[in-house]
Structure formats: C-alpha cells, structure tokens
Design a protein around this ligand. Structure first.
Ligand SMILES: [Zn+2]
Length: 167
C-alpha cells in the first residue's frame, strides 16, 4: 500500500521512516540532542535513496527560536565533483529538511513542497492538521502555540517552507 498526497505517491518504507522518526520526538531534548535526531533522519533518507548527501546544520539555540529563520537552507550539488549536500540553517525544521531532500531527489520547487508536506503529514498528522497559510505569505506554518492542542504543543512552530533564494 502506498500513501498519496496531491498526486505524489510515497512508498511504504518511506512512510515508515517518517513514523519511526516521529516516535523519536524531533522537537524534544537539548539543541544537540535534536540535531542528532535530524542527522538520524537524514541518514535514513540516504539509506532509502542509496545516496550519500552530506548534512551541515547551522542552527544555534538562538536562531532556532526565530520563526522563518530556516530560509537560507538549501540543497546543492557540486557541478565539478558531483558531491551533494544539504544545509539546514536557522531552525531545526522537519519540513525544511524534507523540502531540501525533495530537491535532492530531483523535485522542482512545487514538487519539493508536495514532497515535504506529504511526508510531514505521514509522520506528524496532528501537526500537519495544524498548519495554515502564513499571513505573511511564507507558506504553511503551524498555528499559534495557544491554538495547538496539548498533544502536539511540544512540536513548536514550524517555520515557513524553506525559502529558495531567487538565484
Ligand atoms: Zn525549494
């Protein structure tokens, strides 16, 4: 059985990875503990796609608190060496990491958006249901903390989708 989201289809194994990572409570722990959980998720995706994308995390306790600060995150393939890397900058955001992984597997901007939101929905259905359009036009963000049911209150605000720089 596969999961479908806005026309995009996800394999069972990929959906299971999301559920597995969700059980690890990506938003709980110290900043270093959380970085390890993101590296773990990244490694699982490398294994799933038989890829060797490196991950650089530029997140501090301070930057992690700033909504929308993950906009400098990006995926890059070195045209000379073929080396692939993802920079996760500003905030530790599952949606942002998944968005950049969407690019790593060849998605354009629209499909990277579907890929990240669809997989986020697989692993974090409660949080997904609390996403709404950012009034500032930054994509989907979690509702304000006081609107979030207790069971996902630990998940914190999800920053807008990784803003791809216009160059
Ligand atoms: Zn993008």
């Amino acid at each position: 059985m596969v999961v479908e989201f806005e026309g995009m289809v996800f394999e069972d194994e990929l959906v299971d990875i999301m559920k597995h990572c969700s059980e690890k409570k990506m938003w709980r722990g110290t900043i270093e503990e959380r970085k390890d959980k993101f590296r773990y998720m990244h490694d699982m995706l490398n294994q799933f796609y038989h890829k060797n994308v490196s991950l650089v995390i530029e997140v501090t306790e301070e930057s992690d608190k700033i909504p929308g600060s993950s906009g400098l995150s990006h995926y890059r393939k070195n045209p000379f060496t073929g080396d692939e890397s993802i920079l996760l900058s500003g905030r530790l955001s599952v949606v942002t990491l998944l968005h950049e992984w969407g690019h790593a597997i060849g998605c354009d901007q629209m499909n990277a958006r579907k890929y990240s939101l669809g997989l986020f929905k697989c692993g974090w259905p409660n949080s997904y249901n609390n996403l709404k359009d950012d009034p500032r036009g930054g994509g989907l963000v979690l509702k304000q903390r006081d609107e979030i049911p207790d069971d996902i209150a630990d998940s914190d605000n999800i920053p807008p989708l990784a803003g791809d720089k216009p160059f």
